[in-house]
Design a protein around this ligand. Structure first.
Ligand SMILES: Cc1cc2nc3c(=O)[nH]c(=O)nc-3n(C[C@H](O)[C@H](O)[C@H](O)COP(=O)(O)OP(=O)(O)OC[C@H]3O[C@@H](n4cnc5c(N)ncnc54)[C@H](O)[C@@H]3O)c2cc1C
Ligand SMILES: Cc1cc2nc3c(=O)[nH]c(=O)nc-3n(C[C@H](O)[C@H](O)[C@H](O)COP(=O)(O)O)c2cc1C
Length: 486
């Protein structure tokens, strides 16, 4: 029976079922034994299919188990892709040193893997306000804080975070606290990484060498910033009640440079080796940087951003947004590097896509709509919120033309200040509850971009009401509900 794949047995079942139905029509009553036999065979074949499917699931899991028992399991929880990238690098260096290392997303850990794994390296970031990345939501709900004896496990944690947030590396600390309660043993102390700090990453590499990894320091360094040209700057919301928002277009240093919708541009403000050579020595090593969602595709020839000009409490311009929207002259060089954000790439298949965002969050969503239009994938729905239709409807003509041409059949705009009561995207989402449920049943992916406070939190609560918390957590773990919020 082993030669029969689960797929083949499913086909066999269907063929027998169809044959049974036909035989009912074409045979006389004394020949009714034929359909009866076919129905019996059909049933047996269905049983075979079920057994084979179960067995294939078991063998997938046992492969994972084997890897974790004999080798090292590298488990990641990532929101914007950095932890995932470091997990792959960690596994690669261990493999180059001769170890068996398997990379696993934290959402795929189950009780059996946790209890059988001997050595586990967790590489986890913290997001929101001390929260676990979205893909870890189900893991947290199922395992964290619950008893699960793991005396066999030896673990280490690479904790990614940023000290400017109040709860530095909070998720990594919650994870460690739980592991210790379950009698897991640390291989070495937690390595905390503040905003990609190179020294901390070198410490992690040293630990990896103790585990037998062949790891070269240079390969772990963040990519260098490059000189891009600030080609265009255009105010998108004259006379707005809110802060000014600019469309920024930058020309790449090399026309062959590629990125995907969903990727991020990191800029190092206030510094250009070409424009200001004096700053090179002191500033380069500790350049502050700011992230911006890319709103165009390489096919557009320019990298576009939507940047809101922020101000410090004393009225001075924000470091990054001020540099892009006011201080850097048009035509000058901007130090920029691309960050791959795989988790937020456009789904490759023609599923329904629900895009939700507010303000400059439209940047990331616009790149997805451009990508979908290019692929001819038209089951798209956009919920967009700003203050006033007249002043804050960014990229109005483009969005209207997508709507009119059928690329964007469902468009829900919420301008909060255009009527007496405030109206936000979460309100439109709640009104469209049955359509959202229907699209999710058809395999929709939901992507949210924009403000974390207010918008993303409210949208999350509304989705919980529409779809149920369990379904929402499942979609987060599977990657069919993705967020790029700040
Ligand atoms: C993944 C990601 C994508 C982003 N995409 C975009 C984008 O497409 N467009 C865009 O305009 N911004 C985007 N941001 C925000 C951007 O990175 C900066 O945080 C923002 O431009 C402010 O930086 P600044 O240096 O100008 O201000 P700072 O000099 O750091 O601070 C100036 C003032 O702004 C406040 N401030 C800083 N950041 C925020 C914030 N996120 N929300 C509210 N107040 C804040 C500070 O408290 C301070 O009062 C994104 C952030 C992330 C993490
Ligand atoms: C919206 C947002 C919220 C964040 N919140 C925290 C936080 O509460 N605590 C922290 O230490 N770091 C926080 N960070 C910093 C990230 O953990 C850090 O950038 C990390 O390198 C991201 O790794 P990832 O790309 O794998 O998610 C936050 C980053 C963003 C963009």
């Amino acid at each position: 029976m082993r030669f029969l794949s689960s797929r083949a047995s499913r086909l066999l079942t269907m063929a027998l079922l169809i044959a049974s139905v036909f035989s009912l029509h074409f045979h006389t009553p004394d020949q009714r034994w034929l359909p009866a036999t076919l129905v019996l065979l059909c049933y047996l074949s269905f049983c075979l299919h079920t057994v084979l499917r179960h067995r294939s699931q078991q063998s997938g899991r046992s492969g994972q188990l084997q890897a974790s028992e004999n080798g090292i399991l590298v488990v990641y929880a990532s929101q914007t892709g950095f932890a995932e990238k470091l997990a792959r690098k960690t596994a690669q260096d261990l493999q180059q040193g001769g170890s068996t290392a398997t990379v696993l997303a934290i959402g795929r850990m189950d009780g059996a893997v946790l209890q059988s794994a001997k050595r586990v390296l967790f590489i986890v970031s913290t997001t929101g306000e001390g929260d676990a990345p979205d893909s870890a939501a189900e893991f947290c709900q199922r395992w964290l804080g619950k008893p699960l004896s793991m005396p066999e496990m030896h673990y280490a944690i690479l904790a990614l975070g940023d000290r400017r947030y109040q709860h530095f590396c909070a998720f990594a600390h919650r994870l460690e606290h739980w592991l210790q309660q379950q009698q897991a043993q640390p291989l070495f102390d937690m390595t905390e990484v503040d905003n990609g700090d190179a020294t901390a990453l070198q410490r992690w590499q040293q630990h990896l060498r103790q585990l037998g990894a062949a790891t070269a320091q240079s390969e772990w360094q963040a990519p260098a910033f490059q000189d891009w040209i600030l080609a265009e700057r255009h105010l998108m919301n004259p006379d707005s009640l809110g802060d000014p928002v600019y469309r920024i277009a930058l020309t790449p240093p090399d026309p062959r440079i590629r990125w995907h919708a969903g990727d991020i541009a990191e800029i190092a403000p206030g510094f250009s080796p070409t424009n200001d050579l004096q700053m090179t020595a002191e500033v380069q090593p500790s350049l502050p940087h700011r992230a911006y969602s890319i709103s165009s595709l390489p096919a557009d020839g320019k990298l576009e951003l939507l940047v809101r000009q922020m101000r410090q409490p004393d009225g001075s311009l924000g470091i990054g947004s001020g540099w892009l929207t006011a201080s850097a002259p048009v035509g000058s060089h901007i130090q920029l590097r691309l960050r791959e954000n795989r988790h937020f790439h456009t789904p490759p298949h023609d599923c329904p896509l629900i895009l939700i965002g507010n303000g400059t969050g439209l940047a990331g969503l616009r790149a997805h709509l451009k990508q979908r239009a290019l692929h001819g994938h038209v089951r798209n729905c956009l919920f967009f919120g700003e203050r006033q239709r007249l002043r804050d409807f960014f990229h109005r003509e483009e969005i209207q033309s997508w709507h009119n041409s059928g690329v964007l059949p469902a468009l829900h705009l919420c301008f909060s200040r255009d009527q007496s009561e405030r109206r936000y995207v979460q309100h439109a989402l709640a009104e469209q509850a049955s359509a959202v449920r229907e699209w999710v049943r058809e395999g929709a992916v939901i992507m949210v971009c924009g403000s974390m406070r207010g918008m993303a939190e409210q949208v999350h609560a509304t989705l919980n009401t529409i779809l149920g918390e369990q379904q929402v957590n499942k979609m987060l773990a599977e990657g069919s509900y993705r967020r790029d919020v700040y």
